[in-house]
Design a protein around this ligand. Structure first.
Ligand SMILES: C[S@@+](CC[C@H](N)C(=O)[O-])C[C@H]1O[C@@H](n2cnc3c(N)ncnc32)[C@H](O)[C@@H]1O
Length: 919
């Protein structure tokens, strides 16, 4: 049976519906309404034109059917359509009228139910459906219908808070995986999708709503998303809110939200603050590089466009306390805002929801003024904000009293009962107490713990909340050190404390945390570490030797694996959102239609860009994710040597090659360093060296790395990698017509395993770096602390979990320039001048590290001197030109400047001494 993609208008899928319940052996799913199918089916009978055939033609061609077979199939299809029309829920209104006269195979009714009246929604009729379909689409329906619940006994499911049209559209979606959306329908269906856990529909609606988002609707969308756990919509709305905070905070809905759902306001504000801090930190690190003293992010400049006043926060805090069962804005409100009919919002929601109406009136009576105060107070200085404020300000600020007096004076004594007064007084008191408590608990000025305090801490169990708070504070201070630091405290002290705290809180060893601290500014460091705490998205790579991505996606979606194309940069990747079946055990997986493979590991193969009929070596191949991708790109032509040194890892490699139908690969097992002897020098068109490494980019997958890798391990990996890369280069034929490339990659973030290895190869062989052909990723380091690498290292690419939402990865692509071994003519040496200053956040180094580096430095200097001498004789004029560009100031100048400084110091000392003597 032909099986088309879900995008295909003729899509239908025949499969076993419910393995546990064999009432229906097969279910024919109509992808579109029966009318459309009939029309399409008729259209199919004509000759396929290039313009209108589209997917059907491809599906048709793929199935390699003859015209006769197709016609027969169309006839069959037509008869199925006629058959299905009898019971199609899509046509339920007319179906309902004929219900008594036509056969009906449905076994459950869905009723749009009005909870208030206890009756079905006016002008609605029950929508018939099949239990089997509902249970296969929704775990909630499954629970209802497969257990002895009222719904399964009565065969009727009452669905409240839904319009009849939305219910029909919902059922239609369950059958066809299609929905025709407008703003309102998207909201309605999202509510239902959330309630009945139809995840793909929810994502679909979210995508639609996100596409319609604008700053005016962002707040209500955010609130709506909150209510219905729509995380994608939530993120998108929040991002728009944050970009338009000033305008958004002046909107009526904002004021209402402060009253109705202050938690949301607090959440938005927290996100806003965090964004401010991040922006400031980024700007600070940029600023630090210049000598300017006036920072645009001094506390004054950092004042947010919309600082919530103490009054608003107290009001929010009290509202949180006092909130009973206030309803959040509903979908109708969002729709109204989208149509920019602000006035309609209230009336519509008022009409719709009495409870909300009452609540709003109470709120406007009690807190109306606080709402307007909030906007007036928008001009308050940041010092009045909760972050910059102090106890005195809290007590003395007019906000509290204004709030109270404002609300009192506005109250209508007739309207409020004494009970409400009492309750409100208690709530206010509680709110104030809580605020005071919080203020007392949080000292205004952060100070580093003393040695005694640290010892005391070490005696007790770890105080995670305290640690977290201290980490935040240190990061904040380091991001604007000159303004925020504690008097007399050095940056090094903060860094040392930060390392200790990060180590204890996140469980890293000292070496690893120090390495990351050296690599990233504080705010980014936190982002990286936090990103390591979360898993990366699950990604699949379509095996194009066996299937096409859209076909695979269609099949997997039908199996309950929610997915989407991975990204613009990959034509074969899919990202899995969630799955009701194990994605590593589907029939398609077994049949080798895809590989479960992290997004980052696509990149080296894309950089390698293997061509058909080439001779390619994959030096470290198991488990074969990259080998099988190379084979697919080569369409199983040419030859791949897939090498894996460790014997016990060979079976995984071979079984993957077999599963994915790879036939152009020879598996071998040698130490990669020996491979040139085995496979020959200058014989391969391309070599991939996906090197064994410390794995410091994949901590989210393997937490043990946090503690298991130390400086010695990393140095050992670096040594091995350097040997392997030379072997890789030696195998490549510089005269290859199509290739001559080596791609080097690691899943490590360590500079010694990445830039250092490439720099070494550039010095040892006649190779040059070329662009990786990946239009994203950060350039590799050209300088790192005291190290200086060849300027072309900027062509390498670094990928980070917190930036690219994929595992940490490094990719470099080298072109072999000549087959002559030995010293390259193209390496333009950049002197590895020692730098006086440390990294941005390290002022001084711990003695141990200093010592180690001193040894390394000496070693390096000796080898560099020798290699420099050699290269000086060989360098071509062009390379010399380049070198000039990057040359630091001459040593003479530096020593002269130093000498002058020393002289000045001596003079100053002399003067001081003589003045002391005089006294
Ligand atoms: C990063 S993994 C390779 C992953 C693989 N390229 C993939 O995409 O599925 C590195 C592999 O190198 C192997 N290996 C370690 N030392 C080696 C050596 N000296 N020569 C060749 N392979 C080695 C390890 O056993 C490991 O399987």
């Amino acid at each position: 049976m032909m099986q088309c993609s879900p995008n295909c208008p003729l899509f239908f899928y025949i499969g076993q519906l419910d393995e546990t319940n064999h009432r229906f052996k097969y279910l024919i799913e109509l992808h579109v309404s029966s009318t459309i199918i009939t029309t399409t089916a008729a259209a199919i009978q004509h000759e396929y034109g290039a313009a209108d055939a589209g997917t059907c033609r491809e599906c048709y061609e793929e199935a390699s059917e003859t015209e006769e077979e197709l016609k027969r199939e169309i006839e069959e299809l037509k008869s199925k359509v006629n058959f299905l029309r009898f019971w199609s829920p899509v046509d339920s209104r007319s179906h309902h009228y004929h219900r008594s006269t036509t056969p009906c195979f449905t076994d459950v009714l869905l009723v749009a139910f009005d909870e208030d009246s206890g009756k079905p929604v006016a002008n609605s009729v029950p929508v018939p459906a099949n239990k089997a379909v509902l249970t296969s689409r929704s775990p909630v329906f499954r629970a209802m219908l497969e257990t002895e619940m009222e719904e399964s006994l009565s065969g009727t499911i009452k669905i409240s808070d839904v319009s009849y049209d939305a219910l029909r559209a919902f059922v239609n979606y369950l059958y066809t995986a299609e929905a025709c959306l407008d703003d309102e329908m998207a909201c309605d269906l999202l509510v239902l999708a959330d309630k009945y856990e139809v995840k793909h529909l929810k994502i679909y609606c979210e995508k639609f709503l996100i596409s319609k988002l604008n700053w005016e609707s962002s707040l209500l969308s955010y609130s709506f998303a909150h209510q219905h756990n729509a995380n994608n919509l939530l993120d998108a709305s929040l991002s728009i809110i944050l970009d338009n905070m000033e305008k958004v905070s002046k909107r009526e809905e904002y004021m209402e939200l402060v009253e109705k759902d202050p938690r949301i306001v607090v959440e938005i504000y927290e996100a806003y603050l965090s964004k401010q801090v991040n922006t400031a930190a980024a700007a600070d690190s940029h600023e630090d590089k210049s000598t300017s003293t006036s920072s645009p992010f001094s506390p004054r400049r950092r004042q947010p466009a919309f600082p919530p006043t103490r009054a608003s926060l107290i009001s929010a805090s009290m509202a949180i306390k006092g909130k009973k069962s206030q309803k959040k804005p509903n979908r109708k409100e969002i729709v109204s805002v989208k149509s920019k009919k602000k006035n309609d919002i209230l009336s519509e929601s008022d009409m719709e929801d009495e409870e909300l109406q009452q609540q709003q009136s109470i709120n406007s009576d009690e807190g109306g003024d606080s709402g307007s105060e909030l906007s007036l107070d928008g001009d308050d200085t940041y010092a009045r904000d909760v972050l910059g404020g102090n106890d005195d300000e809290v007590k003395g600020s007019g906000s509290d009293s204004e709030l109270d007096s404002g609300s009192d004076s506005d109250r209508d004594p007739q309207a409020e009962s004494a009970a409400i007064d009492r309750e409100s007084a208690i709530v206010q008191q509680e709110g104030q107490d809580e605020l005071q408590l919080n203020i007392k608990e949080q000292p205004d000025e952060f100070r580093l713990p003393t040695q005694e305090e640290l010892e005391e801490e070490a005696r007790g169990p770890p105080d995670l909340t305290g640690l977290q708070q201290r980490i935040k504070e240190i990061v904040r201070i380091l991001s604007n050190f000159s303004s925020l630091r504690q008097e007399g405290a050095t940056r090094k002290q903060y860094i040392e404390q930060l390392k200790l705290d990060l180590g204890s809180y996140y469980g890293y060893n000292e070496y690893l945390i120090s390495s990351f601290v050296e690599m990233f500014p504080p705010v980014e460091l936190m982002e990286l570490i936090e990103a390591f705490e979360k898993p990366r998205p699950i990604t699949l790579r379509t095996n194009t030797l066996k299937t096409r991505r859209r076909d695979l996606a269609g099949v997997l979606l039908n199996r309950g694996i929610n997915l989407d194309p991975l990204s613009k940069w990959s034509k074969v990747g899919l990202v899995v959102y969630d799955h009701q079946v194990p994605y590593g055990a589907t029939p398609e997986y077994m049949a080798g239609h895809y590989m479960v493979q992290s997004a980052s590991s696509f990149l080296p193969v894309m950089a390698l860009a293997p061509q058909e009929k080439e001779r390619i070596v994959d030096m470290a191949a198991s488990p074969g994710g990259k080998t099988t991708y190379i084979a697919a790109l080569m369409k199983n032509t040419g030859i791949i040597y897939a090498n894996e040194m460790k014997e016990k890892r060979l079976s995984k490699l071979t079984s993957n090659l077999q599963r994915l139908g790879v036939t152009n690969t020879v598996v071998c097992s040698y130490d990669g360093k020996e491979l040139p002897k085995v496979l020959g020098h200058n014989t391969a068109d391309r070599v991939l060296l996906d090197a064994p490494c410390s794995g410091t980019g994949v901590i989210s997958k393997d937490e043990s790395v946090k503690t298991s890798k130390n400086a010695i391990d990393v140095q050992n990996f670096s040594r091995l990698q350097k040997e392997l890369i030379l072997a890789a280069i030696d195998m490549v034929d510089a005269n290859s017509k199509s290739g001559g490339y080596v791609v080097y990659s690691t899943c490590s973030l360590m500079v010694v395993e990445n830039e250092d290895v490439i720099d070494y190869a550039l010095k040892k062989r006649d190779v040059k770096l070329v662009p990786c052909g990946l239009d994203f990723g950060r350039p590799g380091f050209v300088r790192f602390r005291e190290r200086r690498f060849h300027p072309s290292l900027e062509k390498t690419r670094r990928f980070y979990p917190h930036v690219h939402n994929m595992d940490g990865f490094f990719v470099a692509k080298l072109k072999k320039m000549s087959n002559s071994k030995g010293v390259p003519g193209t390496y333009s040496e950049v002197q590895e001048e020692e730098v006086e200053e440390g990294s941005e956040i390290m002022e001084e180094e711990i003695p141990q590290q200093k010592q180690k580096k001193e040894v390394l430095r000496k070693e390096k200097k000796t080898s560099n001197d020798a290699s420099l001498k050699r290269k000086k004789q060989e360098e071509k004029p062009a390379a010399f030109e380049k070198r000039k560009k990057y040359k630091p100031p001459p040593r003479e100048e530096i020593s002269k400047a130093r000498e002058e400084k020393r002289e000045a110091l001596r003079e100053a000392k002399k003067k001081t001494k003589s003045s002391i003597k005089k006294r």
